[in-house]
Design a binder for this molecule. Structure first.
Ligand code: GZL
Length: 359
């Protein structure tokens, strides 16, 4: 089926030719220029299937998308909230096809189960841009491109930081007793971050006691941490796969009369997190309650808009676009981490850095 963009371009060329003929013969319609606007002046219609509203990261991501695709910039954004359900996202995508949108943007709740609906978008000739989490498909021609984070690298950064920090505390591998409050099971963010922890636990001989889903929410993070503190009496590291879970874990740690911090030799529980979006979490990182936060940048709106601009101009965007991200900590003893011979500087957090961040 001819790609919609090609059809649109042909229509634009035909309209321009007709307009030129009409103007040349002086028999143009009495309607004003606005009403005779060629398709090129039509809004670009973008259907966005957002996975939900589970976290501060997600809210920032949705805001970034809404800010990027405004009427003033020539877009019509159709925003559908999937409420954490793949079925709702698939329904939204089918609705976008029926509405004949120009582009579909998908932030997939989990990575599997998209082949069938992506075949329908291909048959409809509508380009699909995947944003944030990744999809696992039999044929990656089913989507035009993806932009997001390298979640496995994020996990490795967190674990390399932990390895180096433990050494400054004179602690070796088997001194660390770790629990993992995981993100939404089956999401590429959870899969990558969990894989990093499991690889490093194996490599350094860490005691990884339990991994349990916290669904990227504060309430579930608190519930899971409370249960873990009852089950185990030697936890000294909690690996939270996002900030909202970390806030819940800190609530549970303090409710149990324990202390979240970096003084491992005196019984502190070291809290680690991902995102760096939630204001309370970044302030906890500033005062040391959270030992480190691996940045996961939510501002994908401008990146997706740049991809669509490239496509509109007949260009070919990169198939995979990874976002560069840092690692925040106020513990000055670890100033960088090295993964596969690449050094990643740690951003030693200050109030000025917090005040000048984009989100
Ligand atoms: C990661 C994103 C994750 C965040 C969570 O890119 O998909 O989902 O880490 C969010 O905060 O809920």
């Amino acid at each position: 089926m001819i790609n919609r963009i090609c059809v649109k371009r042909i229509l634009s060329a035909v309209c321009v030719s007709v307009m030129c003929c009409i103007m040349a013969t002086g028999c143009g319609s009495s309607r004003n220029e606005e009403e005779n606007a060629s398709p090129a002046n039509e809004a670009i219609v973008v259907g966005f299937s957002q996975l939900g509203a589970e976290s501060d990261w997600r809210s920032a991501n949705s805001e970034s998308m809404r800010d990027a695709f405004t009427e003033e910039k020539g877009y019509e954004l159709i925003f559908e909230d999937g409420q954490q359900k793949q079925s709702k996202q698939i329904t939204a995508i089918r609705s976008f096809i029926q509405q004949g949108v120009d582009y579909i943007v998908l932030a997939p709740v989990t990575q599997d189960g998209w082949d069938s609906v992506l075949e329908e978008t291909r048959d409809a000739g509508i380009p699909v841009i995947i944003v944030d989490r990744m999809v696992q498909t039999a044929n990656d021609d089913l989507f035009t491109c993806w932009v997001g984070s390298d979640f496995h690298l994020e996990g490795c950064k967190a674990c390399e930081w932990l390895y180096r920090y433990a050494r400054t505390q004179g602690m070796s591998g088997d001194d660390l007793h770790i629990v993992n409050i995981q993100g939404t099971i089956g999401s590429s963010a959870q899969i990558g971050r969990t894989a990093g922890l499991e690889e490093y636990s194996e490599k350094y001989g860490w005691d990884l006691r339990e991994e349990t889903p916290g669904d990227f929410t504060q309430a579930k993070g608190r519930e899971v941490m409370a249960q873990m503190l009852v089950t185990y009496n030697n936890i000294n590291v909690v690996y939270c796969e996002n900030d909202n879970e970390a806030l819940g874990a800190i609530e549970a740690i303090e409710a149990a009369g324990k202390h979240a911090g970096g003084d491992l030799k005196n019984g502190d529980i070291l809290v680690m997190s991902f995102d760096g979006v939630n204001e309370d979490a970044i302030n906890y990182c500033l005062n040391g309650t959270i030992a480190c936060i691996v940045e996961c940048n939510p501002l994908h709106g401008p990146r997706v808009e740049s991809i669509i601009s490239t496509l509109e101009a007949g260009g070919t965007p990169d198939k995979l676009e990874y976002v560069n991200e840092t690692l925040y900590s106020s513990y000055e003893s670890v100033d960088a981490v090295t993964i596969d011979s690449v050094a990643y500087p740690v951003t030693i957090l200050t109030q000025d850095i917090i005040d000048t961040r984009a989100y």
